[in-house]
Design a protein around this ligand. Structure first.
Ligand code: GDP
Ligand code: MN
Length: 361
C-alpha cells in the first residue's frame, strides 16, 4: 500500500516569513480535554498512553489542558494525580474552568420548547436525547473552547477525551509539526454518518447551514470538500452529514476565522443544539469541508485510535508493526456503510477496493 498516495505531501518545504524552514521550531500546541472529576481514572489511562505513544519524547512534551464545568474546579486530588502522571515524562498539566457565560443556555432559547423536544427525542431512542449537559458540551466544543484564555498563545490543539486509546507508536512523526509544515488545518482519523434525527434542521432539507452558505458564497474556496458532507446527486446539501468521534488535530485559526465565527453565530441563533442535538462533530465537519481547501484537511491513516466502540487501525504492514491493534477490526470500511471512508477516498481519487484488498501488504 502506497501511503504517500493516502497522505500526499507538498514538494517544497514551507519557509517562514523570517526565511527559516518552519520545521526547525516547535509548534505552539497542546492537548485539550474537557472532563469531569469522575472521569479521572479513564483520563489518566489516556494521558499515560499518549505519553508512551508520543508525548513523552523530548521533542514533543506538549502540555495537557484540562477544562472543567464552570463553578466545579478539579479537586486537589484530581490535579495531583494528573500532574504526577504528566510530569513523569516532563510534561506540564494545566487546569481551568469553562467560563459560565460559555456554558449556560443562551437567553434566546425557549426552554419550554427545548424540554418538550427532549421528551420526544428520548422517547424516540436518541442517544443523549434528553441530556442538557451533553448539548452544552457540544455547543462549547463547536463555539467556545478555542476562545478560552488558556489557548490564547497556541496555534494547534489535539482533542483528547477520557478513555480514548492510542495503540500505535507515534514517535517517528510529530503530528503537530506535520500539520504545520504541510499547511494542514484539520486532521481526522474516523468519520461516521451522523444520525439524521440529531441534525434535522442543521443539514437535512432547508437548513441553517444552507442559509449561511447561500449568503456567504464569497467566503467558500473553490476547492472545498462540500461534496464530502453532501450527497452530490442531490440538489441541496442534504441527507448526510459526517462526524468525527472526537479525534481532532487542528489549527485554531480555522475556528478563530471570521468566516467560521459568522457561520457558527448563524447556527447558534437558530438554536438547534438545544432544540435538536446538533453535535460539535457535524458542525466542525461541515465547516472544515466548507471553509478549507481540500488539501488542508488531512486523514491521519497512520494514527491508531480507539473510541469505544470504534477502532481505527493502520493498514500497511509497516505501520501495523508499531500498533497494538488489528487492522481487520478497523472501522474505515465497515460493512454497514456507517463509516464515510469510501466517500473520503472518492474525494481524493483513491479506489477504496484497492485499499481494502491490500490490507497488510
Ligand atoms: P460521546 O463520545 O459522544 O458518547 O460523549 P462523551 O460522554 O465521551 O463526551 C464527550 C466529551 O465531553 C468527553 O471529553 C466528556 O468528558 C466531555 N463531557 C461530556 N459532558 C460533559 C459535561 O457535562 N461537562 C464536562 N466538563 N465535560 C463533558
Ligand atoms: Mn466520547
Amino acid at each position: 500500500l502506497d501511503l504517500s498516495k493516502l497522505n500526499p505531501l507538498p514538494k517544497r518545504p514551507i519557509i517562514g516569513s523570517d526565511g527559516t524552514r518552519l520545521d526547525s521550531r516547535k509548534p505552539r500546541a497542546a492537548f485539550v480535554m474537557l472532563a469531569r472529576e469522575v472521569e479521572l481514572d479513564a483520563l489518566l489511562k489516556t494521558i499515560r498512553e499518549v505519553q508512551m505513544a508520543f508525548n513523552g519524547e523530548k521533542h514533543a512534551r506538549y502540555p495537557y489542558i484540562l477544562l472543567s464545568d464552570p463553578g466545579l474546579p478539579f479537586s486537589p486530588w484530581f490535579r495531583s494525580k494528573v500532574k504526577a502522571v504528566a510530569s513523569s515524562a516532563g510534561v506540564e498539566a494545566r487546569f481551568a474552568e469553562i467560563p459560565k457565560e460559555h456554558w449556560d443556555i443562551p437567553s434566546w432559547i425557549d426552554q419550554t420548547r427545548m424540554y418538550e423536544g427532549f421528551k420526544k427525542m428520548k422517547a424516540g431512542g436518541m442517544l443523549y436525547g434528553d441530556s442538557l449537559s451533553y448539548r452544552k458540551m457540544c455547543r462549547y466544543q463547536s463555539g467556545f473552547f478555542w476562545r478560552h484564555p488558556m489557548l490564547d498563545n497556541l496555534d494547534y490543539y489535539w482533542r483528547l477525551e477520557p478513555g480514548v486509546k492510542y495503540p500505535c507508536d507515534m514517535r517517528r512523526r510529530d503530528p503537530f509539526r506535520f500539520m504545520r509544515d504541510n499547511g494542514k488545518k484539520y486532521g481526522f482519523v474516523i468519520t461516521i454518518k451522523e444520525s439524521p434525527g440529531t441534525i434535522k434542521t442543521l443539514w437535512v432539507s432547508s437548513t441553517a447551514a444552507t442559509e449561511w452558505i447561500n449568503t456567504h458564497k464569497h467566503l467558500i474556496p473553490a476547492d472545498n470538500s462540500l461534496r464530502f458532507v453532501a450527497k452530490p446527486h442531490m440538489n441541496a446539501y442534504n441527507k448526510v452529514s459526517r462526524s468525527v468521534p472526537h479525534f481532532e488535530i487542528a489549527d485554531l485559526s480555522l475556528w478563530r476565522s471570521q468566516a467560521y465565527q459568522s457561520f457558527w453565530a448563524h447556527l447558534d441563533a437558530a438554536g438547534g443544539t438545544f432544540y435538536e442535538r446538533w453535535g460539535d462533530a457535524p458542525v466542525h465537519s461541515i465547516a472544515a469541508s466548507m471553509l478549507l481547501n481540500r488539501n488542508e484537511i488531512h486523514y491521519f491513516e497512520d494514527i491508531g485510535y480507539f473510541h469505544n466502540p470504534i477502532h481505527h487501525c493502520p493498514r500497511s504492514r509497516k505501520d501495523a508493526a508499531r500498533c497494538a491493534c488489528d487492522p481487520h477490526q478497523s472501522f474505515d470500511y465497515d460493512k454497514f456503510g456507517i463509516s464515510c471512508q469510501r466517500e473520503w477516498d472518492a474525494l481524493q481519487g483513491i479506489n477504496s477496493t484497492d485499499v481494502i484488498l491490500r490490507i497488510n501488504e
